[in-house]
Ligand binder design. Structure first.
Ligand code: PEP
Length: 256
């Protein structure tokens, strides 16, 4: 963490929680974090399933905790059964949206081209994109980590002018660390974050790269959040499993 960059701690609830469950967790989170120092020095974001956005929005109102979507479609509207647009997320009170999460890439065949279309759609709205990148175990072991991540970044940012990327947030999520209990060591994560920052400096500008928040995701827990966040290039966390429980997510938000 660098003190010029405000950390973002984001919860990805994936396909978990009914509306009453989501509401209850959001209320607990608000109570746990309310009035504490963390909400002044960190941005906290909750990304529930679409069905719970309205209830979570209401439960979090006045708390300063932000809402995010987990995915979106690049068109404004149309005959795209099952999809949801940037405008609809804004309508529900979202400020952030995840793009290209590895589960979207792996299970729903989302390509870099699709991620790029989504990014361009998001940048034409006030939503803040959280672009997820990360290599699989086979790619890492095959020595292709850097090439894979650079291709994901280049693919997503294709055709986007550097001047439009000042809002970009990147999440580095090594696929081998998601939901597996295996966390990248702080040193490994920091090294990859540094590489991403250097790539952005070349692609955009040194100023943009110095300001961009790069979150780490992959089995972040209350016990390891502090040591990860202590690293220079780690500017927050994207948390899956450990964000489902309000107490555990609040302890991550309050990392020391
Ligand atoms: C995620 O899916 O964004 C994630 C990081 O999951 P987990 O924390 O469960 O590894």
């Amino acid at each position: 963490m660098n003190h010029h960059r405000k950390p973002i701690i984001a919860a990805n609830w994936k396909m978990f929680k009914t509306v009453p469950e989501a509401r209850e967790t959001a209320v607990q989170l608000k109570v746990l974090l309310d009035g504490g120092p963390a909400l002044h020095s960190r941005e906290v974001v909750v990304c529930p399933p679409f069905t719970a956005l309205a209830a979570v929005k209401e439960a979090l109102s006045g708390s300063g905790i932000q809402l995010g979507g987990q995915n979106l479609h690049w068109e404004d509207e149309g005959a795209f059964t099952g999809e949801i647009s940037a405008g609809m997320l804004l309508d529900c009170g979202c400020r952030y949206v995840l793009l290209g999460h590895s589960e979207r890439r792996q299970f729903f065949f989302e390509t870099d081209e699709a991620v790029s279309r989504k990014l361009r759609a998001v940048l034409s709205t006030p939503l803040i994109p959280v672009l997820c990148v990360g290599e699989s175990l086979a790619q890492r072991e095959g020595g292709r980590m850097e090439a894979v991540i650079e291709a994901q970044l280049a693919g997503a940012l294709a055709g986007v002018e550097a001047s439009r990327l000042d809002r970009l947030v990147v999440a580095y999520e090594p696929v081998w660390a998601i939901g597996t209990g295996k966390t990248a060591t702080p040193a490994i994560a920091d090294q990859v974050h540094g590489m991403i920052r250097e790539w952005l400096a070349r692609r955009c500008s040194a100023d943009m790269a110095a300001a961009v928040r790069i979150l780490y995701g992959g089995s972040v827990k209350p016990a390891n959040a502090g040591e990860l966040m202590a690293r220079e290039n780690i500017d927050g966390a994207l948390v899956g499993g450990a964000s489902l429980d309000a107490d555990s997510f609040a302890r991550i938000v309050e990392f020391k």
